[in-house]
Design a protein around this ligand. Structure first.
Ligand code: A2P
Length: 270
């Protein structure tokens, strides 16, 4: 993974800008195939979570791929309805068949933004994860965790796309040296049919998915599109050899429907 295709995090590590997300991919063959294809096609970053229930299949694909462990960036997330981030990560490591993950995130701020953090710090201190971060945290949540943390979070993974362009959340994360990472960059598929995205795709000779992923990259964000189809997994990775113009970027920026929010979600599910 070349330097231009990674982002430096505040703890000195690097995260590959493009990863495969496996949210809502069932454990078993579907996950094994998706991860195996991604690794065959050059992805070196896989994003799973305890809540997804597919860590075993991710682990199986990692091992069967033959790609050395140290070349693959693996993220999992603490299910915050559980008690102890350390104990839960130990279970994750067994399911994944690895000694440590690269990034461990608090999946959402259940019980408040500080509830899980001391346990996350412990997980890092014990060497079970290289980096620690959060997910679905608002700007206010980030401020709180930064105020109390001994080890600061390096990533906040949130729903982020041209249509959910959370400018104020991004600005605050930048000020705090926390990298925003974009999940659902395609709006779980919904934004692919947006006429304005389609027009830019047509004009630039790329697909709507590539345009939406490229928009994240040009904002400097690691991004984890999900697909279970080999040809789409390939298409989504073919985003490093073109540049959206300033005008195209501005047009995409204007698709935002969050009002430039500093929140991570419009409706809390916790
Ligand atoms: P599938 O998994 O059946 O390929 P997001 O990353 O925003 O969550 O979006 C994921 C959704 O978008 C999934 O339903 C996925 O379908 C679909 N998808 C992913 N990549 C592409 C693509 N290149 N073209 C069309 N649909 C895609």
């Amino acid at each position: 993974m070349t330097e231009e295709r990674t982002r430096l995090l505040s703890d000195g590590t690097r995260i590959p800008l493009l990863g495969l997300g496996v949210w809502q991919v069932p454990n078993g063959k579907t996950t094994v195939d998706a991860v195996r294809w991604a690794l065959e096609l050059g992805y070196r970053h896989i994003d799973t979570a305890q809540a997804y229930g597919n860590e075993e299949s991710v682990g199986q694909a990692l091992h069967e791929s033959g790609v050395p462990r140290e070349e693959i960036y693996v993220t999992t997330k603490f299910l915050p309805s559980a008690k102890d981030p350390v104990a839960e990560l130990e279970h994750s490591l067994k399911r994944l068949g690895v000694d440590q993950v690269d990034l461990y995130l608090v999946h959402w701020p259940k019980g408040g933004p500080l509830r899980a953090w001391p346990g996350m710090e412990k997980a890092k201190e014990r060497g079970l994860t290289t980096s620690v971060g959060v997910s679905n945290f608002s700007a206010a949540d980030l401020d709180k965790v930064m105020d109390s943390a001994v080890i600061p979070p390096v990533v906040n993974q949130v729903q982020f796309s041209a249509v959910e362009y959370r400018r104020r959340l991004l600005a605050r994360a930048d000020e705090l040296a926390i990298a925003l990472e974009a999940y659902s960059p395609l709006g779980t598929g919904r934004h692919l049919t947006d006429a304005r995205v389609a027009a830019i795709a047509e004009r630039t000779g790329h697909t709507p998915a590539q345009v939406l992923i490229r928009w994240c990259l040009q904002h400097g964000l690691p991004v984890i599109p999900k697909s279970t189809h080999r040809e789409r997994i390939a298409e989504n990775a073919d985003v490093f050899d073109f540049t959206l113009s300033d005008a195209d970027m501005a047009e995409l920026d204007a698709l935002d429907r969050t009002g430039g929010s500093d929140r991570a979600v419009e409706g809390k599910w916790w």
